[in-house]
Design a binder for this molecule. Structure first.
Ligand code: MD3
Ligand code: FE
Length: 209
């Protein structure tokens, strides 16, 4: 091939594994997540400087969790910002998924839990708070389908829309790891996994180099 297609250029290293988790595994994982959220409740993250609330509620599992607030901005820390307690352990099934698809020798330190309800969405951004730049990010979707958008290394690069359904896993390796991405919207009523509807996304990350 004389040159890569535009799609290959924007999506190098992006792998979508549709239906990676069957219904039984999705239900087991859902139950493990809700059990852990009793110890580490969802909180409303706030943008650095402005203090504007994000639309997605969050919590974390693992030795490090991604948090943000008005005063100190984006960072990883060992404790929940509201309870001050350590984050719960990452579920074994989730560590197993990382081992199966991540292709990375070290275990993830962080499992960010994003909870989308109603018209929650996530604007186009780059994940840049990790030192381990060579490690992939692995994402697991549960509940209603998300309209996910991924572009290239520049905000102005063309983007492509990808639907992420319950049980889908995606791996962001190679140059896709530094690509702009976001969630445009959640399609209500597309899954019966979560009694109250909405969507949970888990992202697994290696933080320290
Ligand atoms: C592409 N989460 O938590 S998951 C995030 O659905 C985040 O909740 C979205 O973006 C969600 O930062 C998207 C898929 C994903 C995760 C990390 C990426 C795509 C990515 C990092 C780099 C490029
Ligand atoms: Fe992201």
């Amino acid at each position: 091939m004389p040159h890569p297609s535009p799609e290959a250029r924007t999506l190098d290293g992006f792998r979508l594994l549709p239906g990676f988790l069957g219904r039984g595994d999705q239900e087991a994982l859902r139950d493990e997540i809700f059990a852990r959220m009793k110890q580490a409740p969802l909180y409303i993250p706030r943008m650095p400087k402005s203090g504007a609330p994000m639309r997605v509620r969050m919590t974390n599992f693992g030795s490090l969790g991604w948090v943000t607030d008005k005063e100190r901005g984006y960072r990883y820390q060992e404790t929940h910002p509201e309870t001050g307690r350590p984050w719960p352990a990452i579920p074994d099934l989730v560590l197993q998924i990382w081992n199966d698809v991540g292709g990375y020798p070290d275990a993830p330190e962080a499992c960010l839990v994003n909870y989308y309800e109603g018209d929650a969405r996530m604007g186009l951004h780059v994940d840049a708070d990790e030192e381990a730049w060579d490690a992939p990010v692995v994402s697991i979707s549960l509940g209603d389908t998300a309209v996910f958008r991924i572009g290239g290394l520049l905000r102005s690069d063309p983007t492509r829309s990808v639907r992420l359904a319950s049980g889908d896993v995606c791996v962001l390796g190679g140059s896709s790891r530094r690509a702009f991405h976001g969630v445009d919207r959640i399609l209500p009523g597309t899954s019966r996994l979560l009694a109250k509807g909405g969507r949970i996304n888990l992202t697994l990350r290696r933080v320290r180099a």
